[in-house]
Design a protein around this ligand. Structure first.
Ligand code: SAH
Length: 348
């Protein structure tokens, strides 16, 4: 298996079967997992040095028309507290973020029917003219190609749309409300590429019904699509969902998957996810020490943060964004890294 890691690190393409074998071996063998992570860290350092890109996350709305089995914001969760930010509130988050040095804003949210193209266009144009040097990333789920095109024209640059599961049956079991299934999700990803976005894919690790072979399929798909960003984090149960009694995803398997993603796509922007930081107190650092090169601190107003509960007990650095940024810098310094406040676009 050591040779397989070396092949992967030197740019050889592995198929899904080989990726599955490697993942399985890495979760059983500490030395192999460490080797994989060491290569991934070396690859990330060659590309990005010791700087970690910082993205300010603004959680637009907890209303959602979808019913994803794993997510606390699913429409069937009658106990979820719903809120939506006004455009003024979003601009206020950006103002504070920009003042602190953030040069990427990520608008994420449930699929909220009130977020029409016209409403989003106005907000994005306003952000674009107020902060011409900042990148705008959207993570607002499935929309039409026409919609993606309009939002791009208004000033958006990047779009995060995790594919969630490459395997058709697994995708269908997690998204019972989806008519179009994984084909529809991938059609959105292709639309986003056609519109000229930098596109992010990804999946959770350890969600119910997912095998190691499924993760291998996900990795093979991510490599084939050559996406610019890859989000990988552990599944975390939310009590008010059908998966509320399921165990959280495995730490080592998550780290192995992040490391392989880095080796498959050396230039990709890969976050050390909040889910990973929630799973383990040192999760954020472990993600970086597995090849991740991005962190996404929360810029949402502190009074709505608890309501954006895709899972529970989300890790954060305290209520104020400024406080958070200092704590993050200290955390990164502990492992020899630092915050890089530049825009951090994908370098083609
Ligand atoms: N509505 C948007 C944004 C979803 S939130 C969309 O559909 O793309 C961003 C990501 O959080 C999701 O893509 C999913 O992979 C992840 N997520 C949702 N629920 C989760 C849970 N319980 N545990 C871990 N990650 C979760």
């Amino acid at each position: 298996m050591k040779e397989t890691v070396e092949h992967l690190a030197s740019g050889k393409r592995l198929d899904a079967t080989e990726l599955g074998e490697l993942l399985r071996a890495a979760t059983l063998d500490d030395a192999l997992l460490q080797l994989l992570r060491d290569y991934a860290v070396r690859t990330a350092r060659e590309q990005f040095g010791l700087g970690i890109y910082i993205r300010g996350l603004i959680e637009l709305s907890s209303y959602c028309r979808r019913d994803c089995l794993y997510c606390g914001l699913r429409r069937s969760n009658r106990t979820a507290e719903r809120y939506r930010l006004t455009a003024d509130e979003v601009m206020e988050c950006c103002r504070e973020g920009y003042r602190l040095g953030f040069r990427t804003f990520v608008l994420q949210g449930g699929e909220d029917g009130t977020h029409t193209d016209a409403w989003l266009e106005e907000l994005i144009s306003n952000m674009r003219t107020t902060y011409p040097d900042a990148a705008i990333t959207l993570s607002l789920g499935e929309r039409s190609e026409e919609s993606y095109r309009r939002l791009k024209a208004a000033g958006a640059n990047r779009y995060l749309l995790r594919h969630e599961a490459a395997n058709e049956e697994l995708y269908a079991s997690l998204h019972p409300d989806s008519q179009s299934g994984i084909a529809g999700r991938l059609a959105c990803i292709d639309s986003l590429k056609r519109c000229g976005y930098q596109v992010g894919m990804g999946m959770m690790i350890g969600v119910k019904g997912q095998s190691i072979n499924h993760i291998a399929e996900d990795l093979a798909l991510i490599a084939a699509k050559r996406c610019e960003m890859v989000g990988i984090g552990p599944f975390l149960p939310h009590h008010a969902t059908p998966l509320g009694m399921e165990p959280a995803g495995d730490l080592r398997l998550t780290l192995a998957t992040v490391a392989i993603a880095r080796l498959l796509l050396p230039k990709a922007l890969i976050p050390s996810t909040t889910a990973l930081a929630t799973l383990h107190p040192d999760g954020r650092k472990m993600g970086i020490l597995s090849g991740a090169n991005v962190v996404m601190p929360n810029l949402s107003p502190s009074d709505v943060r608890a309501k954006y509960a895709i899972y529970e007990n989300k890790a954060s650095w305290g209520k104020e964004a400024a406080e958070g940024l200092n704590a993050l810098e200290r955390e990164l310094n502990e492992i020899g890294y630092h915050c890089d406040l530049s825009r951090g676009d994908y370098k083609y």
